[in-house]
Design a protein around this ligand. Sequence first.
Ligand SMILES: Cc1ncc(COP(=O)(O)O)c(C=O)c1O
Length: 404
Amino acid sequence: MTAAERLTVELGDELNEMASRGTLKDLRVYESPQGPEVRLRGLGEVLVLSSNDYLGMAANPRVIEAGVEALRTYGAGTASVRFICGLFEPHIELERDLADFLGTGASLTYVSCWTANHAILDALSDQETHIFSDELNHASIIDAMKLARPGGKSIYPHSDMEALEAALIEHAGVKRKLVVTDGVFSMEGDLAPLPRMVELCEEHDAVLIVDDSHGLGVMGETGRGTAEHFGLHGRVDIITGTLGKALGGGAGGFVAGSEELCEVLEQRSRPQLFSNGLPPTVAGSARQALIELREHPELVARLRENTATYRRLLTEAGFDPIPGDSAIVPVLVGETARAIEISRAMLEDGVFVTGFGYPVVPEGTARIRSQISAAMENGQLERAVATMLSATQRVGSAVGPSPI
Ligand SMILES: Cc1ncc(COP(=O)(O)O)c(C=O)c1O
């Protein structure tokens, strides 16, 4: 057997083992745009509660048209990295508008927020840097810290501000201290305690970086994010975020901060130097999504209302969702296989919502994670809860909390 054949056998064994443990994920294929109701290959029309399209922008005709227009005007892409081949007008407009919206001096886009998080932590770290990071931060931050190899790092227990303070005191002598957190934690749906984090960073001379991928367009009166929710608009030093969720759902990410920060990242962050810029299509759509958000803050209010309704309906049905203010509503169900089974049973009944288990979340805390959209109607929320109830009953309540 050649090395490549042996590798194929080993990988096949790994897949078989995942299948036998019931942890193999099923991937669905869309035959329509993203939205509350979609058409899936082989399954027909289903209601979707696992999309990050929080504001219903993915199928917004003006968002689509802006992407098409940028594609027609500027072609498919940059055909090289920005510093070699240049960038297009939609990049400049989007970066200006993002900075303006978030109240920062500048912003800089990347092909994803994953890349943006890698870029910033790597570019800002050296042996005189210490990174302080919440244990439940997104995988992109965890991996970015490995890549950045700062002089030191402290991983504090989830949202434990006493632990963060103790770590900041312990490392008081370090030249550059970076505190990094998700704004909205993606698996829990809870918020970082930003008021205390801003205070601690000010007291202990640290820079605060917030990845607000799930907060942008969702939190705060006008969707400016978790900082706005806490009345801290303009007080977070650096914000990273995605364009792949509330802002059109295409792809792309950004860093927003001072002009000097964005200039340095443009000059020497590795993804800017070695990877293409955003396709103009995506920049055009994301910018239009931002315009829609500014012109229609009622979308954010509608999202908040829908989420409150969904939480109320779940509770009335006997479920106990993890508390939170964001549009992410997780219900714990115990083991991974059970979460996957419940989500399969819900899909049979026409509701697409993903069950998350190990290794995405710790063993024994598998969950059905619903994400709400401003585009949903009350009847759809009622249908989703009724479907979750009947699927949970069908699968049985042997593992984890159950309303039955
Ligand atoms: C908190 C957080 N950060 C970063 C990302 C990565 O975003 P992108 O899809 O733009 O790479 C995600 C996506 O799931 C996320 O939830």
